[in-house]
Ligand binder design. Structure first.
Ligand code: FES
Length: 484
C-alpha cells in the first residue's frame, strides 16, 4: 500500500477481492489517513474512515445499502456522496475518487495528501469568559488552553470538565458520564488520570491521537489542552458542591422513587438540569436530573430508578431503609449541570417526552414553565412512555401538584403488547412506543413546540430519528442531554 502507480496520482489500497460484495474494508497504512473502501454490488467507493461528528472509526459500524452508520452515536453518511444522512452527523464525510484496474483498487493520492486532518480540535474560538476564578489556598493543577487562557482545578478529585464549568468556561459537554463524547479535548501537555478507560464516548483511535474525555479526566499536573469552546455551553448557573442529607423518599412505581435531599444552602438551577450525586465512603458519582425547581428551602428533588447493581441508587435505598433520614452525612450534590433546560426566550408551546426516570427533568421543566407568567398562554404537554402499566406514575405526580394539575395535559402510553398486559390497561393509556404516539397526535403541528426529551437511550434515539430525520425539525428545537 502507499505505492504510486505510474504517472497518476493514484495509490493502491487493496485488491477487489479484499472487500466482499456490499461490504467494507478499513485501510490502515502509516502513509495514509484512515480510509474506508466500500463495494456496493461491484462498484467501489472510498471515504474517510473517521466520523465528522466525533472521532470514531466508521467501518466499526454498520453498512446498509449506501448508508454507513457510525458505531459511536448512530449518526450516518451516504458513502456515495459523503453527505450526512442522519443526526447527529452534520458535516459531510470526505470522499475519494476510486479507480479499479486489474483487480486492484486505487484512490486519488493528491486528494489524500492535500487534506487537513478529518477531525481537528480547533481551540478556544471567540469565548473569553475565563481566568477570573482562581481560588486562594492549596495549589492544584492549572489547565491552560492553547490560546494561553487558564483556569485552576479546585481539588484532587475534580475533573477537567468540572473545573472548566466552575470557572464559567463554555466547555462543550452533555452527560458528564463518559457516554456522549461531547467533552472531547486534546491533551497537548501534562498528565491526567482516566476515570473510565472503557468509556463508550471515545474511540480507541481518538485515544491514540491524544484525545481524552474532560468529564473522566482528573489532571495530575498542570496541563495544556486543545478544545473548541462554544458560547452556547456557558453555564447559566455555575456548578458548586453542596453537602446534603436524605430528607424523604417516596415510592412512585415498582422501581421508581422520588427522593428529596436537603442542603443548607439556596438551591439554584435551570429547570431540566441535573446534578452529580456521590455518597459517603464512595467515590463514584452519578448524574441525576432534578424534578423540582430553584428554591430557598435547600431542597434537591430527584426521580430515580433503582437499577440492579446501581452503585448510587442502591446505596440511597439502603440509607432510606435504615431510617437514616435527616442524619448528617456526606452526600454530595454537585451541580447544576446540563444544557437541556427550559428555553424561556422561546415563544413556542412546550412538549415534554419522557420514559423511565427521564420523567424527572420533564417535571422540572413543566414546573418551571407553569411558574412563569410568560408561559401562561402556552400549551404544556407531557408524553410519557413505559413498557407496562405498572411503569406509569405521571398522572399521580401531576394531580398532586397544584401548579401542574389542570395546566399540563398528560398522555401516557405502554409499548408492551402481550395480551395479558393489554387487558389490564385502563382506557386512558395509549398503546405503542411513545415516539409513535407523539407522531400520531402532533405530526402536523410539531413545529409549534419547543421539544424536551429524556429517557432510555433507545427511546431518545427513536424520538430524534422521528423528529429530525423524518419530520425535518431543526435540531435546535429539540433539547436533550445525550446520556448515551
Ligand atoms: Fe463527557 Fe458526555 S462524555 S460530557
Amino acid at each position: 500500500m502507499g505505492d504510486l502507480i505510474e504517472n497518476k496520482n493514484l495509490v493502491y489500497v487493496c485488491n477487489e477481492t479484499d472487500v466482499e460484495t456490499n461490504g467494507m474494508l478499513a485501510i490502515e497504512d502509516d502513509q495514509l489517513r484512515p480510509i474506508a473502501v466500500f463495494n456496493l454490488a461491484g462498484v467501489f467507493y472510498a471515504t474517510s474512515n473517521i466520523c465528522t461528528h466525533n472521532i470514531a472509526i466508521l467501518t466499526d459500524g454498520t453498512l446498509e445499502d449506501s448508508i454507513i452508520e457510525c458505531p459511536l452515536h448512530g449518526g450516518s453518511f451516504d458513502i456515495k456522496t459523503g453527505e450526512a444522512a442522519s443526526y447527529p452527523c452534520e458535516k459531510p464525510l470526505k470522499t475519494y475518487p476510486v479507480r479499479v484496474s486489474d483487480g486492484k483498487v486505487y484512490i486519488d493520492y493528491d486528494q489524500i495528501s492535500a487534506e487537513s486532518p478529518e477531525f481537528e480540535c480547533s481551540v478556544d474560538k471567540g469565548v473569553d469568559n475565563i481566568g477570573d476564578r482562581f481560588l486562594e489556598g492549596p495549589q492544584f493543577p492549572t489547565i491552560t488552553l492553547s490560546t494561553g487562557q487558564a483556569f485552576q482545578v479546585n481539588n484532587n478529585d475534580e475533573t477537567v470538565l468540572q473545573s472548566a464549568l466552575r470557572a464559567g468556561t463554555a466547555f462543550p459537554y452533555d452527560c458528564s458520564s463518559g457516554g456522549c463524547g461531547n467533552c472531547l479535548f486534546k491533551l497537548e501537555k501534562g498528565e491526567v488520570e482516566d476515570l473510565f478507560p472503557e468509556a463508550p464516548g471515545i474511540s480507541n483511535y481518538a485515544r491514540k491521537l491524544g484525545y481524552r474525555l474532560a468529564c473522566q479526566s482528573i489532571p495530575k499536573v498542570d496541563c495544556t489542552i486543545g478544545v473548541e469552546l462554544d458560547v452556547k455551553y456557558t453555564p447559566p448557573v455555575v456548578p458548586q458542591k453542596h453537602a446534603a442529607r436524605l430528607k424523604s423518599l417516596k415510592v412512585l412505581t415498582h422501581d421508581m422513587y422520588m427522593i428529596t435531599l436537603y442542603a443548607e444552602s439556596h438551591v439554584e438551577f435551570m429547570p431540566g438540569q441535573y446534578a452529580l450525586i456521590s455518597l459517603p465512603n464512595n467515590n463514584a458519582f452519578r448524574a441525576y436530573s432534578m424534578s423540582n425547581i430553584s428554591n430557598s428551602m435547600g431542597e434537591w428533588e430527584f426521580i430515580i430508578k433503582r437499577v440492579e447493581g446501581g452503585l448510587v441508587s442502591n446505596l440511597i435505598f439502603e440509607l432510606a431503609s435504615k431510617d437514616t433520614y435527616n442524619i448528617k452525612m456526606d452526600i454530595t450534590v454537585d451541580g447544576p449541570y446540563g444544557n437541556a433546560y427550559l428555553q424561556s426566550n422561546s415563544k413556542k408551546n412546550v412538549l415534554c417526552i419522557a420514559g423511565g426516570a427521564g420523567l424527572s427533568p420533564m417535571i422540572s421543566i413543566l414546573r418551571g414553565a407553569s411558574a412563569r407568567p410568560e408561559f401562561d398562554d402556552r400549551q404544556l404537554l407531557l408524553y410519557y412512555g413505559g413498557r407496562a402499566e405498572r411503569d406509569l406514575c405521571v398522572e399521580d405526580i401531576v394531580s398532586e401538584d397544584s401548579r401542574l394539575k389542570g395546566r399540563v395535559k398528560v398522555v401516557s402510553a405502554v409499548s408492551e403488547s402481550s395480551t395479558d398486559v393489554l387487558n389490564k390497561i385502563s382506557g386512558e393509556v395509549r398503546r405503542g412506543y411513545i415516539h409513535e404516539v407523539v407522531e400520531k397526535d402532533l405530526w402536523e403541528v410539531l413545529h409549534e413546540y419547543e421539544i424536551y426529551v429524556c429517557g432510555p437511550p433507545k427511546m431518545v434515539e427513536a424520538v430524534q430519528k422521528t423528529l429530525v430525520n423524518k419530520h425535518k425539525l431543526p435540531d435546535k428545537q429539540i433539547h436533550f442531554d445525550a446520556f448515551y
